[in-house]
Design a protein around this ligand. Structure first.
Ligand code: NAD
Length: 369
């Protein structure tokens, strides 16, 4: 019997990148029975709510999901479906690896970091209100609990131990946030001695950002609260080559959901232009979670080879700034087809060439396109 996985295409570029990911997953030959569940703008039209109960029921039943990005209206409108999913399913650990892949799209080809972000509380708790009737002042409450801090810090050390990583850094702002910051800091300080083989240290969030853009190779696993983790994981995605290639995973005690770091990129929706790699690398993570190690390795190598070859890559990987040798951009579906074609053919024993630096990328090509 195959694996049963909930598939949430999402909205914006979500349906395109999840179709690409599904194509690559199917190319591995691993039997997956996809249970498609609509959430986001599409679900408002079909179910009258952006997060129908049937989505939550499907994930609870299957205990594993592959998810596309979902739009959150800015300012007003409905609350974030992404945040609601994490809170309602208690998906407390958001794990975002940032590895430079094959190409030249980073000044830091040695980047190999993991951001572990607490995903259920902090400034995303939804506790906020206007202070006065005229709406000239507002408050958003930063909810930090000892229970959630302990479990995310433990998760980060356990991940470091499992993946043979050497170092965990706690990122906070305990100098200014003397209650919430200090609570998280204390949880970290009391957990660290239980993992004597793993080095630990702390950074204030502002200093952490500066250190990362100067010398990311000095860091390994970063563990932090919700908002800082959201910001840091985009920063680390940029270090490793851009949002188009940054996958992510969400873990609770019994449920895992895989989603890219990027959002729904509405300006590219329906154009078959978006980079499918982040969602495809979510398939790699999904396969590892399902115990399908060879399939995971095939997906990773097929992505690596496709980016290294630079014959069939989307606009963000084809532009000057990502590559020294600009090439005509391919579509999302063409790149997915190329990666899927490679999946059964890759040599699992061949050494992977190290990524090389471009000698100075002018900026994030995704934002300049
Ligand atoms: P975004 O990640 O969608 O886009 C940021 C920039 O990166 C844009 O220039 C975009 O075009 C580009 N980009 C993103 N993904 C890309 C891809 N796969 N290929 C090529 N270029 C890509 O972030 P945003 O614009 O801040 O947010 C858009 C919407 O997505 C918002 O409604 C936001 O709330 C939502 N969002 C959802 C998630 C999620 O579902 N987990 C995460 C982040 C943002």
């Amino acid at each position: 019997m195959g694996h049963r996985v909930t598939l949430i295409p999402g909205d914006g570029i979500g349906p395109e990148v999840t179709a690409a990911a599904r194509r690559v997953a199917d190319a591995t030959g691993v039997s997956i029975d996809w249970e498609v569940a609509e959430a986001g703008e599409v679900a408002i039209k079909s179910h009258g709510t952006p997060l129908p109960d049937s989505v939550l029921d499907s994930i609870r039943k299957n205990r594993v999901a592959l998810k596309g990005p979902i739009t959150t209206p800015i300012g007003g409108g409905f609350r974030s479906v992404n945040v609601a999913l994490r809170q309602q399913l208690d998906l407390y650990a958001s794990v975002r690896p940032a590895r430079a892949i094959a190409g030249e799209g980073t000044r830091f080809p040695e980047t190999d970091l993991v951001v572990v972000r607490e995903a259920t509380e902090g400034l995303y708790s939804g506790v906020e209100h206007w202070v006065d009737r005229d709406r000239t002042a507002a408050e958003t409450v930063n909810v930090i609990t000892r229970k959630a801090s302990d479990r995310i810090v433990r998760f980060a050390f356990e991940l470091a131990r499992r993946e043979h990583r050497r170092h965990v850094t706690a990122v906070h702002k305990a100098n200014i946030m003397k209650t919430t910051g200090a609570l998280f800091q204390t949880a970290f300080r009391e957990m660290a001695p239980k993992y004597p083989e793993i080095a630990s240290d702390e950074r204030l969030i502002d200093n952490m950002c500066m250190q990362l853009v100067k010398k990311p190779s000095e860091y390994d696993v970063l563990v932090t609260t919700n908002l800082f983790g959201d910001i840091l994981s985009d920063l680390c995605a940029g270090l490793a080559g851009g949002l188009g290639v940054a996958p992510g995973a969400l873990f609770g005690d019994n449920i895992a959901a895989f989603e890219p770091v990027h959002g729904s990129a509405p300006k590219y929706a329906g154009q078959d232009r978006a980079d499918p790699v982040a969602e495809i690398l979510c398939v790699e993570l999904l396969m590892r979670h399902l115990g399908e190690k060879e399939a995971a390795e095939r997906v990773f190598r097929a992505v690596w080879e496709t980016i290294a070859e630079k014959k069939v890559v989307t606009y963000d990987l084809a532009l000057p700034g990502y590559t020294q040798r600009p090439v005509p951009p391919s579509s999302c579906s063409a790149m997915a087809k190329e990666i899927a074609r490679k999946v059964p053919e890759v040599d699992l024993e061949a050494p992977l060439p190290r990524p090389s630096a471009p000698g100075g990328a002018p900026g994030d090509p995704q934002l300049e396109a």
